[in-house]
Design a protein around this ligand. Structure first.
Ligand code: SF4
Length: 188
């Protein structure tokens, strides 16, 4: 449907398909390497992301960057990162199913351009939307699922790790598994 990234981004930045457009400061489109073999998908923008127009820029983004760095990866070079929902839900509530349905087309179009070999879902909401509706994040994180020829894995959301630091070692294991899978597939 969209021929170029510029066309897609321009349409997304003007989107008013759901009520979340009314309170946003910025549409948070996504960022990173548009030819990366790995795509990270989060839930939606928080306060800092809404203010700056970039995904994962608050404290949880800093933690994500640290975890990437620990497996010799960076968000600019090795991944593309976007969210299920492009505008901030009020008071950071979970996005409603209708809002997710309205917005998911943007992520699908981004995925079609990138054609990642691996998709990593950050947190329960993204995993339930992308991998399977009954995904149990603390039971199934770190496992790889294959859908439509793409490997998919979920790991706890960095914001959840800030609330429950005891889960950080288990989440870090997921990043090691990701790195191993990238090496196995020859993703640089
Ligand atoms: S959340 Fe998504 S669907 Fe809703 S207005 Fe923002 S970009 Fe459009």
């Amino acid at each position: 449907m969209y021929k170029t990234w510029e066309e897609l981004e321009g349409a997304c930045l003007a989107c008013k398909k759901c009520g979340l457009c009314e309170h946003r400061t910025h549409v948070v489109f996504g960022m990173g390497n548009r030819t990366a073999g790995v795509m990270f998908v989060g839930e939606g923008p928080g306060e800092q992301e809404d203010l700056q127009g970039r995904p994962f820029v608050g404290r949880s983004g800093q933690l994500l960057d640290k975890m990437l760095d620990a497996v010799d990866m960076s968000r600019d070079k090795d991944i593309y990162i976007g969210n299920i929902i492009k505008c901030r839900p009020p008071k950071n509530r979970d996005p409603l199913p209708a809002e997710q349905d309205a917005c998911i087309g943007w992520l699908r179009a981004q995925t079609a351009f990138i054609q990642p070999k691996i998709i990593v879902c950050l947190g329960r909401i993204a995993a339930m939307k992308i991998i399977k509706p009954d995904f149990k994040i603390m039971r199934e994180h770190g496992l790889f699922f294959k859908k439509g020829g793409v490997l998919m894995m979920a790991t706890p959301h960095p914001a959840a790790l800030l609330r429950n630091p005891g889960n950080k070692p288990a989440a870090f294991d997921d990043f090691i598994k990701l790195r191993e899978e990238m090496d196995r597939l020859g993703i640089e």
